[in-house]
Design a protein around this ligand. Sequence first.
Ligand SMILES: [Zn+2]
Ligand SMILES: [Zn+2]
Length: 135
Amino acid sequence: MKLEGGCYCGAVRYLADGEPMMKAQCHCRECQYITGGATNMFMLLPGDSFKYTKGTPKQFSRSDLEKPVTREFCAECGTHMITRPRVPGVVVVKVGTLDDPTLFGGPQMAIYTIDKQPFHHVPEGMPSFERLPQR
Ligand SMILES: [Zn+2]
Ligand SMILES: [Zn+2]
């Protein structure tokens, strides 16, 4: 699956060529800062399938958390595009930064519903997890 995308201003562009390992919506409090308050729609992709084709993003990880993720965003326009979890070899791509977000097709599950807001929507019958599904 070929996925192209980038930030709002176009300074940073990426290309990913891999099969999504997970498609989900995340309800966590951290994601709410980045989405505007709704859930974060994302795809988990193999890390080696993802590369930047233009520009270099700025990286940020919180120093006050025990196991912080690294978030990468455009230093010009501020668009957050991907997250690198502590687990190596995977990358979390935000669906809204794809050139064609319809390629997402929709989430398979809801995660971190422990932080779910009353105005968040989980479709009827969709698997949901308080944190992450057990592996
Ligand atoms: Zn930008
Ligand atoms: Zn989240």
